[in-house]
Design a protein around this ligand. Structure first.
Ligand SMILES: NC(=O)c1ccc[n+]([C@@H]2O[C@H](COP(=O)([O-])OP(=O)(O)OC[C@H]3O[C@@H](n4cnc5c(N)ncnc54)[C@H](OP(=O)(O)O)[C@@H]3O)[C@@H](O)[C@H]2O)c1
Length: 174
């Protein structure tokens, strides 16, 4: 199984404002920068409960008919994901990954700051695709957090776009 991250951040590394607002990200995801192609390559998503709560505020369910696993240790009302294929899981990331692998998932998209950090710490993420939006917001929810050890990355490619988006792909080395 390949596990990837595809996420937008401010240049100072935040994925949302402290209150969860995403207003600093370009509307509608900004100019095309590979998200649709990436999504087409994904079999399933794992998102944190806080990201789930954010997407429930969107006008429509953003993941189409992709299988979405919401991680939470508390009861959730999944029926709020109108039209989505959603289930809930909890527990160690390695167990979640082996469960999904046994059900035929080959490419998994992990999203949400705390969730990404957990999967990184567990050594489960192979690809990071980070698109920096040209803004500093000073404070917010960070993409990355503390680590028990360094995680070495190999730079694969960087593309820049006329609107100022800069997309960089890294592969996790160890
Ligand atoms: N810029 C972007 O592209 C982008 C992308 C995604 C999200 N965001 C934003 O980021 C914010 C959310 O990120 P976040 O870091 O605050 O949180 P998050 O990762 O979305 O959610 C964290 C929550 O997920 C649950 N969780 C995670 N791992 C778990 C596990 N192994 N077992 C059980 N539950 C687990 C826990 O929920 P419980 O507390 O319920 O147990 C935890 O509190 C939102 O504002 C969202 O809009 C931005």
């Amino acid at each position: 199984m390949t596990i990837s991250v595809f996420i937008g951040t401010s240049v100072d590394g935040f994925i949302a404002r402290p209150n969860g607002d995403l207003d600093f990200l370009p509307p509608g995801g900004g100019e095309p920068h590979g998200y649709d192609e990436f999504m087409a390559s994904v079999d399933a998503l794992v998102i944190g409960r806080k990201t789930f709560e954010t997407v429930l505020t969107f006008a429509s369910w953003p993941y189409g008919h992709k299988r979405v696993v919401v991680l939470s240790s508390r009861p959730l009302d999944l029926s709020a994901a109108r039209g989505g294929i959603v289930e809930q899981m909890a527990g160690p990331p390695a167990e979640i990954v082996s469960n999904l692998a046994s059900r035929g998932v080959h490419h998994l998209y992990v999203d949400g700051g705390i969730t990404i950090q957990q999967f990184l710490r567990a050594g489960l993420i192979q690809r990071l695709i980070i698109t920096r939006v040209p803004v500093l917001i000073g404070d917010g929810i960070p993409l990355f957090g503390t680590l028990p050890r360094d995680i070495l990355l190999r730079h694969v490619a960087t593309q820049h776009y006329p609107s100022g988006l800069v997309k960089t792909e890294y592969h996790v080395v160890v």
